[in-house]
Ligand binder design. Sequence first.
Ligand code: NDP
Length: 332
Amino acid sequence: ARKYVVKKYFEGVPKRDDFEIVEYELPQIKNEEILVKTEWVSVDPYQRAYNRRFPVPYDQFGFQVGIVEDTRNPRFPVGTRVVTHKGWCDYSIVNPNENTVMAKGAYKLPDLKGLSPSLGLSITSMTGATAYFGFLEICQPKAGETVAITGAAGAVGSLVGQIAKIKGCKVIGFAGSDEKVQWLQNTLGFDKAYNYKTVNVHETLKVAAPNGIDCYFDNVGGEISSIIISHMNNFGRVSVCGSISAYNDDVTQLPRVPLLQFDIVSKQLKIQGFLIHFWLDRWHEAFADLTKWLLEGKLQMKEHTTEGFDKIYDAFVGMLAGENTGKAIVKI
Ligand code: NDP
């Protein structure tokens, strides 16, 4: 079998030789275990952000969708499609009952009625749970409210916008290219979308949200977030999901955001960060609603698919650079 091992800590943008593809002999499966052949793997920003949390070398973690090829677990017969968190490898051995801090050992892919099983990496995985709980629980949106989203054309952001529309909100998205902006407005039904690289965000919000912003779903952090927060209404809610604008930086060297505190106090804002793996026991609730909405045609998930085990690194840095619209995945 083959797997990606991270052998060096990343400095700035991860480099190809920070990784090594290691070939190794798979052991026999033991009682309760399953042998999974990987079909798709997920590339995600937290694989960059969490890099220094583990001693190197470590096996690159991450979600995958695969098919059970051998089993000693009666709940998972051969041919079962599963979602696991075994990372960038072509085969893995999993005990479905053994959860890690970040994920369940393995769970069966819910019935997607003939849609691609790769959606198990977005709709019914971390991405879906993040959008669902991060938005609904933390922002507590009400119909008619105005919602701003950064990273809006990515996997999480595009779902949050669609959930917000389902809940009757007005949605304003920021993304990094004109094509993404067109897609958000024309295909996903965002009320307004803007290319944050070319517009003046402050001036844009004066026009797009003349009555202010009630909920902000923050995927990127940094200056744009301070500007958006300065446009929030009294009792606004901010869900701090990610800060990808700084994942390749040494944060100790970045300027601290100025003057946010006055807005927070004077408008009585609620700003809350979250880590979705603390909600693992409730992920199935998100999957049920998201799958239902998907099958009803109320939301969609665009996939940005790269092909080939050897191309996972390229897909990863491509995603960090904004090449993806929707969920970045790799077909093995
Ligand atoms: P995306 O599909 O959104 O892919 C990443 C996107 O980030 C790129 O496509 C790019 O889009 C954007 N980006 C890259 N660099 C910058 C930058 N400097 N400034 C602004 N945008 C940038 O990834 P996900 O949907 O998987 O993740 C979105 C966010 O959610 C991340 O911050 C991630 O860490 C976070 N997250 C948090 C979780 C939690 O538990 N709190 C769980 C899962 C995800 P563009 O072209 O628009 O720049």
